[in-house]
Design a protein around this ligand. Structure first.
Ligand SMILES: NC(=O)c1ccc[n+]([C@@H]2O[C@H](COP(=O)([O-])OP(=O)(O)OC[C@H]3O[C@@H](n4cnc5c(N)ncnc54)[C@H](O)[C@@H]3O)[C@@H](O)[C@H]2O)c1
Ligand SMILES: O=P(O)(O)OC[C@@H](O)[C@@H](O)[C@H](O)[C@H](O)CO
Length: 508
């Protein structure tokens, strides 16, 4: 890799920025995932605790898949800048901070033994992860001693087994797993897969008992909008910071981490004592409100508003029609399905609206649209079903967004495993899980433009139980309504169709 003269690393750091190196702290955390979010959220928090002398530990970062940022992380001695931009309590926040809690990056595909060695360290207490929703998934695979397993849960199982044997099953050697993946009961799901793999790999039953009794798998819910590397403002940041940093990650000041863990873990990793917004205890209320009222509207806008011409969340919120569309969905359709006190709900919606309008973070709809079929299923279908059950009618804007999702996922061609869609003259990548890609590609390939073909396409896609986990055609009136909206989108274009929808909804 090309080394730049002015690139951030330990040597350069002293000359350019003030910080505490916390050089000799022990590695206490193994972290699966080196992405933008973890660096701007968990690592930023650990850095904050270290600054206050409350944790005194470093993080060894492991790349979960073969391609990743480990070489870049090591090139910069684990250092990178978190750029915080936004409005907090009415005040503009603009902070740049070099985070120094990462000791090193380990590539398990080239250094598996190094990772096992670390797993056998008495200092290690935590495994933190964010491997996207796709990462906590069971994959059938063989265990071959000394060989890097493929999936993240399989890597974790092998690593825990090594620790178990190294410490002769001692209860004190158990770890706390703190996953951040945005799936329901992430900790519980991760544990189930670990135990399933342990049984399949015929590890001794004492290992499973040790996993059960002396390790904790905490379910968590994370919240911070992180837009990542500022790819369209690289020069601006180079000037501002005075050094090159290939790992800058941009995020908003707002942060919330709800962690369901026993008291002893809260004491070992005392985020809240460092003034961080970490809530220990039941995470269910936080999860419902956040996934439905923040991620849900994001997913609605990622297909509909992108095809209507907007590129960023801020542009959506500043456009009269598009913001009405999103607000209608949030306030009148999703809001009644969230079961928490009205005051809290109102506060949350107000803060989300302010966060969506953040003028400093460019949050691209194309990024949010990654895996948007999968996200629609987990972030919007529950609201659609609850609303329909409550009101005996379909939520119009969410239903329209479902039609918009089908339109967004209309391929003009394929490229490797991805599909390519088109907005005007601009092509965009359609990336999703294999079932969704297959279902949409097949359905659109039969489409001949007739009105019967629209209904047939909608029926086929909504009926794909592999994609949705159920047959959505069974929801009263859904097939016909989505078909009508999709016909509008195909005939009038997206912007005019949203205008039509918004005027119909406001007239009711
Ligand atoms: N960016 C945000 O605002 C934000 C906020 C809250 C939660 N999240 C969650 O964090 C996740 C990562 O976001 P990011 O912005 O850091 O993305 P990123 O692309 O920077 O990082 C993705 C990480 O996931 C790993 N990964 C990807 N596919 C994988 C797979 N199949 N198996 C194992 N690991 C895999 C990558 O190696 C990388 O470490 C998202 O899926 C999202 O649910 C993001
Ligand atoms: O990160 P994703 O791709 O799972 O979802 C896109 C956004 O909805 C998400 O990143 C939010 O900004 C985040 O969940 C806020 O905490």
């Amino acid at each position: 890799m090309l080394k730049l003269n002015n690139q951030l690393n330990k040597e350069l750091l002293g000359a350019h920025v003030t910080f505490e190196t916390q050089e000799n702290l022990p590695e206490k955390v193994i972290q699966f995932g080196e992405g933008n979010f973890l660096r701007a959220f968990v690592n930023w928090m650990i850095h904050e605790m270290n600054k206050q002398g409350l944790f005194n530990g470093k993080v060894a970062v492991v790349q979960p898949i073969e391609q990743g940022l480990i070489p870049m992380i090591n090139e910069q001695d684990g250092l990178y800048t978190v750029v915080m931009r936004g409005i907090e309590n009415g005040q503009t926040v603009e902070k740049n901070e070099v985070v120094s809690c990462i000791s090193r990056g380990i590539n398990p595909y080239t250094d598996w033994n190094e990772l096992l060695k670390l797993a056998a360290s008495k200092d290690i207490k935590f495994v933190i992860s964010n491997t996207t929703e796709a990462g906590i998934a069971y994959l059938e695979e063989e265990y071959v001693e000394g060989k890097t397993p493929t999936s993240f849960p399989a890597k974790l199982t092998a690593l825990l087994y090594h620790r178990f044997t190294h410490f002769n099953a001692s209860p004190e050697s158990g770890l706390a797993m703190i996953p951040c993946e945005l799936i329901e009961e992430n900790g519980k799901k991760l544990k189930e897969i670990v135990l399933k793999l342990a049984a399949e790999w015929e590890f001794p039953s004492e290992f499973s008992e040790w996993v059960e009794n002396h390790n904790h798998f905490c379910s968590t819910l994370v919240d911070r909008i992180v837009t990542g590397y500022p790819r369209d403002a690289v020069e601006e940041f180079r000037q501002l910071l005075g050094y090159e940093d290939n790992l800058i990650t941009v995020g908003e000041p707002f942060h919330l981490w709800a962690i369901d863990a026993p008291q002893e873990i809260a004491e070992q990793i005392p985020f809240d004592k460092a003034g961080l917004n970490v809530k220990w205890g039941d995470i269910t209320p936080f999860r419902n409100v956040k996934v439905r009222l923040l991620n849900g509207p994001h997913t609605m806008m990622s297909s509909v508003c992108y095809l209507a011409g907007a590129d960023t969340v801020q542009q959506v919120m500043e456009d009269e029609t598009l913001s009405k569309f999103i607000k209608e969905g949030m306030l009148n359709e999703i809001y009644p399905t969230v079961d928490i006190a009205d005051v809290e709900k109102k506060n949350f919606v107000e803060s989300v609206t302010e966060r969506f309008l953040n003028p400093y973070n460019k949050h691209y709809l194309k990024d949010i649209a990654l895996s948007n079929v999968y996200k629609f299923k987990s972030r919007l279908i529950p609201s659609l079903l609850d609303y329909t059950a409550q009101k005996s009618a379909l939520p119009q804007t969410i239903t329209f967004a479902l039609a918009g999702l089908l339109a967004f996922n209309r391929p003009v061609r394929t490229e490797g495993n991805d599909l390519v869609g088109k907005r005007g003259d601009t092509e965009y990548a359609i990336r999703d899980n294999q079932e969704a890609i297959r279902a949409l590609n097949e359905a659109w390939s039969k489409f001949d433009g007739s009105s019967e073909a629209v209904t047939a396409l909608v029926k086929e896609v909504l009926g794909n139980t592999e994609v949705w986990g159920q047959d959505l055609n069974e929801v009263q009136d859904l097939t016909a309504t989505v078909s009508a909206y999709l016909s509008d989108i195909l005939e009038l274009g997206m912007k005019a169709s949203v205008e039509k929808l918004v005027s119909e909804v406001s007239a009711v």
